[in-house]
Design a protein around this ligand. Structure first.
Ligand code: ATP
Ligand code: MG
Ligand code: MG
Length: 553
């Protein structure tokens, strides 16, 4: 399961190696540092690093930092942390596209000298209008036939900051009647008088994606430049630029379908909006599909890698159901998570015939799926907590849990019978008075007596007070971008996506819970310690997933 399953990209790579087009495999993951990584990026990360590994090749981490406006060091650092956390290592091959600006500039000058690029003083609107529509030839810019000498002078002035933003651009001179709009004299440089987070004010012209990306790949000796399908129509341009320079290494671009997930959004623009407008609690909000959010939620690196392997790679766009991502982590945690008892919404249960001072230490296996996980002791005594909704004073027919006069088993302990319900002045239940049958202890003579329910519980005297956070999907719509009239994706935010249980009671073994470790709370799901809000005084736990797929019910 550690080898990425073969797909059409393998076919291309093997054929390239066989034909000698490349002697080794070298890929890259090229994020723009303008946001945090999400599960869609994970698909690309896993693909690129796994392919390199499979063919004994290399994979670079390269920041595609070519837009000064929205890029920051915070985003760079989060991306580095997330790729590493996912389990991948770029060794000493961490690169920044902005370090190549000078080389790119020199190549642009060469293109001008070859008569293949020109400075255009048309406005953005004019350029767009002259490009026209794919079915008819476009119109050539009046600046298209400037002399090489004039273009060289103007381009240098652009670099020196002698023109205002938007006053002119550098364009490649390709084909204004190409049916592929990307070949109708694409823009190579724009003027942006904005500081770059790494380059400061050194540059005021910035390369476009199409001009920069192939060069970045080429400079780094990339063999296979793997990107998402929307770049398929850009591939002729990718190849055109590299074909202008005989001395440059020429990588092969291969496209695959991006990951779409139901009930969420993944574009960085929309994630940024959710974060900056405060709809969620930062980029690492456990409801977000960001790697940082999934980590806080309790997803493991192996579950995300496994998910990426199992969804596969194709050229056809599709949407993966969020339920599948949840099923993958659930399946893993069932095997690996230690079991604990935790009462999320407590009501007190007092065993009136159990001695006041007595404490029994009950032994329980930590994980029935894994003998090596060992056992632990759980204290049992006279006063316990159970879930408030495991009791009903006036139960309907199908309610089999605790009710007046009824018996239930307490997990790992005894059968108890509810004798009396105590209420406060407002009529709220404050205490359930029960009796226990000492013969019914697990392993005892009456242990096998049939009762309809087994409840989890926590000893009141030993309980750890905690906050427990339950999450549901952030959006009520399968595709929040498929909106009704006058609505935006924000209108489909699920108002119940976060429930906070402020008065949870945990068994004492959970005092030692560590961040990054997962637990199954019996009957309640899989949980982990929250890395952001936990304190030694009040631990906070996040529910990763429920035990069963409740959404589908
Ligand atoms: P967005 O559209 O959200 O801004 P992006 O593609 O511009 O995303 P980049 O930082 O440029 O974000 O992405 C880095 C790499 O991750 C690119 O190679 C891109 O193709 C890939 N990637 C981004 N989103 C997805 C996705 N949903 N599925 C697969 N790969 C993705
Ligand atoms: Mg991009
Ligand atoms: Mg982008």
């Amino acid at each position: 399961t550690n080898v990425y399953p073969d797909n059409f990209i393998d076919d291309a790579i093997r054929s390239d190696i066989e034909k000698g087009r490349f002697t080794s495999v070298h890929t890259r993951f090229p994020p723009e540092p303008n946001g945090y990584l999400h599960i869609g990026h994970a698909k690309s990360i896993v693909l690129n690093f796994s392919i390199a590994k499979k063919y004994n090749g290399k994979c670079n981490l390269r920041f595609d930092d070519t837009n000064p406006e929205k890029e920051t060091d915070e985003f760079v650092n989060s991306i580095i942390e997330d790729v590493r956390w996912l389990g991948f290592d770029w060794e000493d091959r961490l690169f920044f596209a902005s370090d190549y600006y000078e080389r790119m500039y020199e190549l642009a000058v060469r293109l001008i000298k070859a008569g293949k690029a020109y400075v255009d003083h048309s406005s953005a609107e004019e350029i767009s209008r002259m490009r026209g529509v794919p079915t008819e030839p476009g119109i050539e810019s009046p600046y298209r036939n400037r002399s090489i000498k004039e273009n060289l002078e103007l381009f240098e002035k652009m670099r020196k900051g002698e023109f205002a933003e938007g006053e002119c651009v550098l364009r490649a001179k390709i084909d204004m009647s190409s049916p592929n709009m990307h070949l109708r004299d694409p823009i190579m440089y724009r003027i942006r008088k904005v500081s770059h987070f790494r380059q400061g004010d050194k540059w005021c012209i910035y390369p476009t994606y199409d001009w920069a990306h192939g060069l970045e790949d080429s400079f780094e000796g990339i063999s296979h430049s793997i990107c998402t399908m929307e770049f398929e129509v850009h591939r002729p341009l990718y190849d055109w630029f590299l074909n202008q320079f005989e001395d440059l290494h020429h990588p092969r671009q291969i496209e695959f379908a991006r990951l779409n997930l139901s009930h969420t959004v993944m574009s960085k623009r929309l994630l940024t909006q959710l974060v900056t407008e405060g709809h969620v609690d930062g980029w690492d909000d456990p409801r977000l599909p960001t790697i940082a959010g999934l980590r806080r939620r309790g997803f493991t690196p192996s579950s995300i890698r496994n998910f990426c392997h199992r969804i596969g790679v194709s050229k056809v766009d599709s949407t993966v159901d969020m339920a599948f991502l949840e099923a993958v982590i659930r399946e893993e945690l069932n095997k690996t998570a230690e079991r604990r008892m935790a009462v999320l919404n407590p009501v007190k249960l007092v065993i009136t015939n159990y001695p006041e001072d007595k404490v029994e230490m009950l032994i329980s296996e930590n994980n029935p799926e894994d003998d090596s996980a060992g056992t632990r002791e759980i204290p049992f005594c006279r006063e316990l907590y159970i879930e408030a909704d495991d009791f009903m004073e006036d139960p309907p027919k199908k309610f089999f849990r605790l009710a007046p006069g009824r018996e239930v088993r307490l997990k790992h302990a005894y059968i108890v019978k509810c004798q009396e319900v105590i209420k406060d002045a407002q009529g709220n239940i404050t205490e359930l008075r029960c009796t226990y049958d000492p013969e019914t202890k697990s392993g005892g003579p009456e242990a096998n007596r049939k009762v309809k329910a087994t409840l989890h519980w926590v000893s009141a005297r030993h309980a750890v007070n905690a906050e427990v956070r339950l999450y549901e999907r952030l959006f009520t719509r399968e595709n929040p971008l498929d909106t009704e009239e006058d609505k935006t994706f924000l209108d489909y935010i699920n108002p119940n996506s976060l429930t906070i249980c402020t008065d949870a009671k945990l068994e004492p073994a959970l005092k030692d819970a560590q961040p990054g470790k997962n637990y199954q709370f019996l009957r309640k799901g899989y949980f982990c310690l929250d890395s952001k809000y936990s304190t030694p005084q009040k631990p906070v736990f996040n529910r990763t997933v429920t035990l069963k797929d409740e959404w589908e019910k």
